[in-house]
Structure formats: structure tokens, C-alpha cells
Design a protein around this ligand. Structure first.
Ligand code: AQP
Length: 337
């Protein structure tokens, strides 16, 4: 394989407001990569993915801008990182089509997210929902990205991205696309629903109490943590004692991620605490960490034209990378240009 420029790519769907799961599982890590300065960093609002399920156009526009505001408020600097929405960079969708022709039906059928989201209703699901992982591979590879920080739920899609790159390279006898590495690290790789510790916290969960939204105020955050499902036992002294207690484990993980520590360190400090006290502490910690982000988001949302300017500039910078990569792809596969 040739030496690829070290480059990080990751995306978030504007399919609803940002959750604590997106924040701790993805956005905090995006900021870390930017701060490390070892890789170029590209962060994307993947609006074309959002329409794989029905979206109200005005809400989608608002969610895309709000997501951009969330990235900025969390610390993404649009000068040091490329911050862009997918639909303003047409090479994503163009390479997505090429990859629809590389990926095999059997590979797509094995995707657990497809099975979960389409469920028994697969016949009525959109073709886009089925093909979504091929477009996601294009999102990554149209930048020749080498590293993809994601939450645990996306691991299978990054593996598919590697399979697509390898098959393309093999079929055309080239070493053109890198095998991008998933980066799934830390305690926040899978933040669970506050109502069911076995289910991922998700922005499209119909039950609002199941998640913390980045736009929630202090009262809502406290109420949701207070009402989070748990059991009557006090906190154990070590992680092994959380076996069979997924709801409590989730709260301990959230505490550790927000405090920048480990679940063992949290339990060492809080061993024997009643859950009621622990939830109150956790709510205070969450409010102190999230309030500055949500108030900065609100300030940025007062000037949507500035957000649009940042995204337009991001698209311009992105296309300096994506246009040559798509042109070389077209040359490899035999398109007359
Ligand atoms: N609960 C979570 N814990 C840790 N990481 C999470 N991520 C999402 N939920 C959690 C990570 O956030 C990034 C962006 O995710 P996405 O918006 O593209 O789609 P998703 O994974 O399908 O997230 P949602 O919130 O569940 O969206 P909907 O409800 O629209 O499907 C990814 O890196 C993801 O791993």
C-alpha cells in the first residue's frame, strides 16, 4: 500500500437533535483528534443519510445547522478541521454509486443496523436505507481517510468499508483506496438508553426521556437522570459488581466519560452510595459539562447565515480533496471524461 496522508473522517446524521451518546461517543473524540494535530480532520453532517427515513425538509435544514452549531460549540474549529455537510460535496454521492456496484447484496443483508431499523418492515423500507453503508464507505474513502472515530454501533459499517476498498483495489488491480481503521476507544463507545440499559441511546427513539439532548436545560437533564431506570441496590466498589445491572453500568460509564476518568475510579469513590444520591451527583456533573455547550449552540443558532457560510467554506475545502480522488476513480473504472 502507498503511504496515505494521515486523515480522520467521521460523520453524524442530522436526523434529530444531538444526544449525549453522539456527544460522548463521537464529538468529544473528534475534538481530541483535532487537538492532537497528528492528522487532518474532516467532520461531516451526513444529510443524505438522514433522508433514508422520511424527514420534514424544514426540520432537516434546522437539524443540519444545529448539528453544525453542536460541532462548533464542542470545540471543532472550522479553520483547523474541515466542517461540511455531505450534500454540498457531490463526490460523496458519486462515489457512493460506484460502491453500490462494488458491494455485494449478501454483504448488505448482514448489516445488523439494517435488520434493526428495517425490521419486519423491510419490504417498505427505502432502497437508500439498505444501501446506506455503501454511501458511508464513500464518505470515508472519497477523502482517502485512514482513521474513523465512531461509536461501537458503527464498527460493522467500517468493516464493510474496508471490504469495499479491498474489493475495488483487487478488481481493478490497484492500491488506490486505503483500508480505513475504525477507532473505537474509551468508556463512551456505547451510551445506552436511560429507560433500557440494553438499548443504545438514540436521537430517533420516540421516548424523549430515554436520552439527554444537548439542547436540554438543567431541569430536564436532572429530571431525566432522576427518573433513569435502575435497581434498588447501592453502588458496588468495582466494575465486576455491575454484572447483570446494565442500567446502573450505563450511568457509571456516563459519569466516567463526563468526568474524564474510568468506571473503576468512579466506583472506588462512590462505593455503597444509594442510586438516588448518585443520580443527583451525575445530573450536576452533566449540567456543568453540557450547559456551556448548549448555551453556545443557542448563541450560534441565532445567526444561521454564519453557519451556512462556514459550511460553504467547508465544502470548498473538502472538494480540493474529493474532486481529484473521484476523477482518479473514474479513470480507473473507465469513464470517458
Ligand atoms: N448511544 C451512543 N453511544 C456512543 N456513540 C454513539 N453514536 C450514536 N449513538 C451513540 C455515535 O455517534 C456518531 C454519529 O451517529 P449517527 O448520528 O450517524 O447515527 P447513529 O449511530 O444511528 O446514531 P443515532 O443517535 O442512533 O441516530 P438515529 O437515531 O438517527 O439512528 C457515530 O459515530 C455513532 O457511533
Amino acid at each position: 500500500m502507498p503511504d496515505f496522508t494521515p486523515r480522520v473522517f467521521s460523520g453524524v446524521q442530522p436526523s434529530g437533535g444531538l444526544t449525549l451518546g453522539n456527544y460522548l461517543g463521537a464529538i468529544v473524540k473528534f475534538v481530541d483528534w483535532q487537538e492532537r494535530g497528528t492528522h487532518e480532520t474532516v467532520y461531516c453532517m451526513v444529510d443524505l443519510h438522514a433522508i433514508t427515513v422520511p424527514q420534514d425538509p424544514e426540520t432537516l435544514r434546522r437539524n443540519t445547522r444545529e448539528l453544525c452549531a453542536g460541532f462548533l460549540a464542542a470545540g471543532i474549529d472550522p479553520e483547523r478541521s474541515i466542517l461540511v455537510n455531505q450534500s454540498q460535496v457531490p463526490e460523496h454521492a458519486q462515489l457512493g454509486w460506484v460502491f453500490n456496484c462494488v458491494a455485494r447484496m449478501g454483504w448488505m443483508e448482514r448489516m445488523t443496523q439494517w435488520k434493526d431499523k428495517a425490521g419486519a418492515n423491510a419490504e417498505r423500507a427505502s432502497l437508500g436505507l439498505y444501501a446506506y453503508p455503501a454511501l458511508m464507505a464513500a464518505d470515508i474513502l472519497v477523502y482517502h481517510a485512514t482513521h474513523v472515530p465512531v461509536g461501537d454501533d458503527q464498527k460493522q459499517h467500517i468493516e464493510l468499508c474496508r471490504d469495499i476498498a479491498a474489493k475495488f483495489n483487487h478488481d481493478y488491480g490497484v492500491e488506490f483506496f486505503p483500508l480505513a481503521e475504525p477507532v473505537i476507544e474509551g468508556v463512551a463507545t456505547r451510551i445506552m438508553s436511560l429507560r433500557d440499559g440494553t438499548k443504545k441511546m438514540s436521537k430517533s427513539d420516540p421516548v424523549d426521556a430515554s436520552r439527554i439532548n444537548l439542547t436540554d436545560d438543567a431541569d430536564a437533564i436532572s429530571r431525566k437522570f432522576r427518573k433513569a431506570k435502575t435497581d434498588p441496590d447501592p453502588l458496588p466498589g468495582e466494575v465486576a459488581g455491575l454484572e447483570g445491572r446494565p442500567d446502573v453500568r450505563n450511568l457509571v460509564n456516563i459519569h466516567a466519560a463526563l468526568a474524564g476518568t474510568t468506571p473503576d475510579a468512579v466506583l472506588a469513590e462512590k462505593a455503597g452510595s444509594q442510586l438516588g444520591h448518585f443520580k443527583a451527583d451525575l445530573a450536576d456533573l452533566a449540567v456543568s459539562k453540557l450547559a456551556p455547550v448548549s448555551s453556545e449552540m443557542a448563541r450560534l443558532m441565532d445567526d444561521p447565515a454564519e453557519i451556512d457560510r462556514i459550511l460553504a467554506r467547508g465544502a470548498q475545502r473538502a472538494r480540493e480533496i474529493t474532486v481529484p480522488i473521484l476523477e482518479r476513480t473514474y479513470d480507473i473504472i473507465g469513464m470517458v471524461r
